[in-house]
Design a protein around this ligand. Sequence first.
Ligand code: GTP
Ligand code: MG
Length: 441
Amino acid sequence: MSLSELECFLRPDVRFLTLSGHVGFDSLPEQLVNKRLARGFGFNILCVGETGIGKSTLMNTLFNTVFETEESSHFEGCVRLRPRTYDLQECGVRLRLTIVDAVGFGDQVAKDYRPIVDYVDAQFESYLQEELKLQRCLQDYRDTRVHACLYFITPTGHSLKSMDLVTMKKLDSKVNLIPVIAKADTLTRSELPKFKSRIMSELDQNGVRIYHFPTDDEAVAETNACMNALRPFAVVGATDLILVGSQLVRARLYPWGAVLVDNECHCDLAPLREMLIRVNMEDLREQTHGRHYELYRRQRLEQLGLRDTVVVLDSQPGAAADEARRREFLGEMRRKEKEMRQMFALRARETELEVKEKERELNDRFEELKRILQEERRKVEEKRRQLEEDINTFNRRRAAFEALQAMEAQTMQAAIVQPSPRRDRDRSRDRDRDQDQDRRN
Ligand code: GTP
Ligand code: MG
């Protein structure tokens, strides 16, 4: 039975007819494609990961180009979101790509996720505002909602950090979360699978839902199922090209060899590109609109006091209905219990982060006070040394002055005790002159 015949069977009000000649509506898919091609496509990626983890390099590698980049400082006051939009073309298909960088993430320890969550919500809000306008223009609206969030995990080889779990949990209901192990060339062949499975089990235990490549479409079900097993993708970024045989390939060169980033034996970059861009870009956009935005929209409209009135008709009779309700209730209770456990674990981690942040602040304050104290001590010591030097100089001068005074006193005394021959001569000359004067008189 064909699809249309099946539909006719299910909906008796619709009748199935055959056409006796070509009408032309088989060109609808083509019309749709042409219209979409003319409008171009938009795709927005949010990159979250510690400063210097390799976000920009990976973006350059994924899209085989060089985007504008500038190194971020490890001393940013807070996390800030930096969106940059580029127009890309491939075989006549235009893609308006926006890459949003969470600058300063990982350097603030706690509450890093807040600006990121706020940014994602702000994009939903602006779409909602456009939707709620009387004269809305969604066709031309520049959609800035985040379609995919690449979360860069530090390749520690141990487990996820509390900050990673808390941030991912805060984001998982708002974006299609795709965790990747950054700089995977630092992990050995035996460490990588262990690290991957530890990450997946930690995400599962904490109820973090990451993007699941869809397996309901037959055309991509098999590929996506294989790719789902590869999560979290272990990626290596490189912008250098080297010649291997007769081909130029992207690679990271080391003193001991090279990592060919497009080689699947070396890392998962090629599968990630395949999944993110070639196979599931449209699904990521659909999920953003149909799942994450829908959730945001419902919550916002509920906040505004709007609610759908749903009338539930109970078709099951007596005991069976009771049993169904009881099972439903138990299921709901179990679900709520699980959610509460996960929430509790998350709160504990958040508190742990806050305590760590406070500890860091106290340590910083302590170090600052210590530094100020040392500086003050140094200044006091300097002043004491200066004062001692002044006292010594003064003492030396006083001793010299006293010595001089003593010498002068001695000279004076000597002058009084021993009559001076010159003064005697003067006196006899005065006497002779007086006698002459007397004689003349
Ligand atoms: P900010 O934007 O400043 O936060 O940095 P970023 O996360 O964009 O990192 P970026 O791409 O600038 O890379 C930082 C350094 O890591 C550079 O020296 C890169 O060459 C190096 N790097 C990038 N990717 C990899 C990788 O896969 N493996 C290794 N070993 N190094 C990498
Ligand atoms: Mg960067």
